[in-house]
Design a protein around this ligand. Structure first.
Ligand code: CTP
Ligand code: MG
Length: 221
């Protein structure tokens, strides 16, 4: 089976508040993007990688891949204004004979082979998508402005991460229409009636949003 990784790195990183886009902010000696890129390239589960980066950062991304000898990188495409548009741009590079797309946020640098395997395995059982999730420790409430509307049943909630895996035709169908307000790929598949499974995520797949997150991830390296 051929598995294409779509690494979305085209966000500006507004909340991180650095001069350069988040994927190109330093993590250790290299740009943050280097860590997930190297891990995906090293993974025996991954056959090819497409990276989506902000306009003007395509060449730096290709140079970084060369520096890392990340030979599975097929293209660095220009991302869009939203995450969903960036996924759509990367998906356009995936050939029709590819079987599986594994979409991952570059902002979650510490991707492991173990989680890649967990999201890929159930696809052979006919699921339309598989996502990693973590049980929620806090009580979660739905609010309207400063007023609490209702308290959600915690045992029915999971916080969802990436990588998320889908059969390529399913992901293409999901991205063919309106991208809604989608903040992850699975929500678009769900909206079309797709059956999506969740498997155990990994607390170290923390999404780097703030300076403190960057320091935490850096301490885990
Ligand atoms: N992303 C993307 N294209 C966008 C927006 C986001 O490819 N237009 C990617 C980011 O690069 C990141 C992932 O989607 O890997 C999750 O987005 P987020 O953590 O929100 O990153 P940013 O949008 O860059 O950060 P911020 O919201 O603070 O600006
Ligand atoms: Mg964002």
């Amino acid at each position: 089976m051929s598995v294409w990784a779509l690494l979305v790195a085209a966000g500006t990183g507004e909340r991180l508040g650095q001069e350069r886009p988040k994927a190109f902010v330093g993590l250790g000696e290299l740009p943050l993007l280097a860590e997930p890129l190297r891990r995906l390239d090293d993974s025996g589960w991954i056959d090819a990688i497409v990276v989506a980066v902000p306009a003007g950062w395509e060449e730096p991304a290709i140079l970084l891949a060369e520096e890392l000898s990340a030979t599975k990188v097929v293209a660095a495409v220009t991302g869009g204004a939203t995450r969903a548009e960036s996924v759509r741009a990367a998906l356009a590079e995936v050939p029709d004979d590819a079987l599986v797309a594994l979409v991952h946020d570059a902002a979650r640098p510490l991707i492991t082979d173990a989680v890649i395997e967990r999201v890929l395995a159930p696809l052979s059982e006919g699921w339309d998508g598989v996502v990693p999730g973590l049980a929620v420790a806090d009580t979660v409430k739905s609010v309207d402005g400063d007023r609490i509307v209702t308290t959600l049943a915690r045992e029915k909630l999971v916080a969802v991460q990436t990588p998320q895996a889908f059969p390529v035709p399913t992901l293409r169908d999901a991205y063919a229409g309106d991208l809604l307000e989608a903040t992850d790929c699975a929500s678009l598949v769900e909206a079309r009636g797709g059956r999506v499974k969740w498997v155990d995520g990994d607390p170290r797949l923390l999404k780097v949003t703030t300076r403190a997150d960057l320091e935490l991830v850096s301490s885990w390296l």
